[in-house]
Design a protein around this ligand. Structure first.
Ligand code: NAD
Ligand code: MG
Ligand code: MG
Ligand code: MG
Ligand code: MG
Length: 344
């Protein structure tokens, strides 16, 4: 390992919001990322218009926040930068509606690479295609900006028709506050594949299974549901907070020597070579497009598997135990903003 990172990192000094003077940015969608990008850009002095369907329930929220809301088609026709912040599964459909509004030299901007990387959206060659992807849920992108802080983000250029795609994307990144924290250069392919792998194997899928299997192991052995919940679910946050602040070292330093020895000798017996091979297979299905094909077909079929698994997860005993316990203890009063924490 070298002491230099292999990627470029950009900060506020590398970006100039005035690059987008006299231009309009259309933010399509007003969910987790959409509301944060639209409000932050607006407060950075960039001309923003929000594009939402006539019957969108987000309309009143965007208008109450002082933003102008029009249809996606009108927003795209007025803008020279179109930021695609509707759900990934909806983007190809919205793109079909607005593609004729993209003129030569315009920018199509994303916060995740799925639809470009897996060819669900194939933009004309005369427009810039860029990505500024905050590595955080939208409500944090907004909260950090309001506090004068930044949120780390990724920058990628898929198509540079103008020759200024990077400069324009950096202006956008500065406008939403990412360049305050640092913007790391990557590619659509790398962002898409690492994001999908991470959420499947480690962050969302991996951690949820680790918690459930740990919980079930204790309960099946006769220990109480409450003890199993605290040990396997509740303490997870405390441990992860330490890692977030200071890496694995801060966590190992903070737990007892007994926990450290036990963890170091037993952890890799649980996440063993078999688990590693399974992770490699998950990565392969991301890389060869098998996962993308499956997820696109699942949506076309109205999500039968998703619906069933979503319900099964809600029905797991640990959820009911957790709800009961969180009601009984004080930590549950803390601000729990879960509605837009979709790790996507
Ligand atoms: P979201 O689900 O929070 O919000 C999407 C918004 O799109 C809705 O609020 C609504 O305003 C609009 N919308 C929904 N259905 C629509 C339809 N059928 N037609 C038109 N508009 C519709 O979405 P999000 O999580 O902000 O994701 C937006 C993009 O940001 C995605 O590409 C996602 O991968 C990316 N991203 C999300 C996060 C995250 O933490 N949420 C993080 C990084 C990148
Ligand atoms: Mg236009
Ligand atoms: Mg992610
Ligand atoms: Mg303990
Ligand atoms: Mg994701």
């Amino acid at each position: 390992m070298t002491d230099e990172f292999t990627t470029d990192i950009y900060y506020d000094d590398d970006a100039d919001v005035s690059t987008l003077d006299d231009e309009t940015v259309a933010v399509l969608g007003y969910g987790s990322q959409g509301h944060a990008h639209a409000l932050n850009l607006h407060e950075s002095g960039i001309d923003v218009v929000v594009g939402l369907r006539e019957d969108s329930s987000s309309r009143s929220a965007a208008e109450a926040d002082g933003l102008e809301v029009v249809t996606p088609v009108e927003a795209a026709s007025r803008a020279s930068v179109v930021s695609m912040l509707v759900p990934d599964t909806v983007q190809p459909h919205v793109y079909e509606q607005i593609q004729d509004e993209l003129e030569s030299g315009d920018t199509l901007q994303f916060a995740h690479g799925f639809n470009i990387h897996y060819n669900q959206i194939q933009p004309d060659e005369d427009i810039d295609v860029t990505m500024i992807a905050p590595k955080s849920p939208g409500h944090l992108v907004r909260r950090n900006y309001e506090n004068g802080e930044g949120t780390p983000g990724l920058l990628a250029v898929y198509q540079d028709a103008t020759g200024n795609a990077t400069e324009r994307a950096l202006a956008y990144a500065k406008g939403i506050g990412c360049a305050r924290a640092g913007v790391v250069e990557t590619t659509f392919r790398e962002e898409t594949e690492t994001d999908l792998f991470g959420e499947q194997a480690v962050l969302c899928g991996g951690i949820a299974e680790l918690i459930k299997v740990g919980y079930e192991t204790l309960v099946d052995a006769g220990y109480s549901e409450e003890m199993a919940y605290f040990e396997c679910m509740n303490e997870m946050k405390l441990i992860v907070d330490l890692m977030y602040e200071g890496g694995l070292g801060a966590m190992w330093d903070s737990v007892s020597d007994t926990a450290e020895y036990g963890g170091l000798t037993r952890g890799d017996a649980v996440i063993d070579d078999h688990a590693r091979e399974n992770m490699e297979e998950v990565l392969e299905q991301v890389q060869n497009g098998e996962f993308a094909t499956e997820w696109i077909a699942e949506n076309q079929a109205n999500r039968p598997v998703y619906t069933q698994l979503n319900q099964a997860e809600k029905d797991h005993e640990i959820e009911e135990v957790g709800e009961r316990l969180r009601d009984l203890f004080a930590w549950a009063d803390e601000d729990t903003e879960t509605d837009d924490e979709d790790e996507s």
